[in-house]
Design a protein. Structure first.
Length: 249
């Protein structure tokens, strides 16, 4: 197979699956691992993909991240299931960090009768939190236009004064090899810090996030429990690394 043909197969496969392992590309092209590694290096240098551990993924930047409106509209029923279970873990008197994700946003109506304190970096969360008269603190810092998440040095400094009973995180990717990932390094820093300041840590991830890898890692799998709504391929391997709770209707 000629090099241009291999490159086309590689790019089409990555476009379809977002993240592809080296062994899968070897199987699809019939080429050796060293040849595929060389192809991936060439395609990364030309800006057409991004190398990740053991394979490659779509080239991403912070601007590739979906807007909050786009996130909310996708996998709505699955997110509601996950959110309802996550909220059931919250006890009266808890201090929570709820980050600026769409699934964490879906948690808030289920918290309305609980005597809790919430710290968040999600500006979209504020209207609902205040509607239900939940005691709320919002981080101060730079506001991302697409997701309305507060990030940056000011937000990090602000965050470090708090201590949490539980934190609830969204994620763009959940991978056995790369852990939890998100497109924006500054948002990853907020997530990572909040995890370290929390006694109990949960990542809310619908099944479409599994075996996906985004630009920046913010935690290993064993640093947080996962709440999801459906078992995916290699599910047992995920369970070997962390507690995965699958919620059903």
């Amino acid at each position: 197979m000629l090099t241009p043909e291999r490159h086309q197969i590689i790019l089409e496969t990555i476009k379809k699956h977002h993240t592809v392992k080296l062994k899968e590309l070897v199987k699809q092209t019939g080429a050796s691992e060293s040849t595929i590694r060389r192809d991936l290096d060439q395609l990364e240098q030309s800006g057409q993909l991004r190398r990740v551990h053991g394979g490659a993924s779509l080239k991403q930047s912070a601007s590739d991240e979906p807007s909050m409106g786009e996130k909310v509209s996708k996998h709505h029923e699955e997110k509601e299931l996950i959110a309802a279970h996550a909220a059931s873990l919250v006890e009266h008197g808890d201090c929570l960090f709820i980050d600026a994700g769409s699934t964490t946003y879906a948690m808030i109506p289920y918290l309305k009768d609980k005597d809790i304190i919430v710290v968040t970096n999600g500006l979209n969360h504020l209207d609902v939190l205040t509607e239900y008269q939940i005691v709320t603190y919002v981080l101060g810092g730079y506001v991302k236009h697409r997701t309305r998440a507060v990030i940056g040095a000011g937000a990090l400094q602000n965050l470090q004064q708090y201590r949490f009973d539980k934190c609830f995180m969204g994620t763009n990717g959940v991978s056995l090899e790369d852990g939890f990932t998100t497109p924006d390094p500054e948002e990853a820093s907020i997530k990572q810090t909040a995890l370290h300041l929390s006694k109990s840590r949960y990542v809310l991830a619908d099944s479409s996030k599994f075996e996906q890898v985004s630009f920046t890692k913010f935690a290993d799998l064993n640093e947080a429990e996962i709440i999801t709504e459906k078992q995916r391929r290699r599910f047992r391997e995920f369970q070997e690394k962390t507690n995965v709770k699958v919620v059903t209707p």
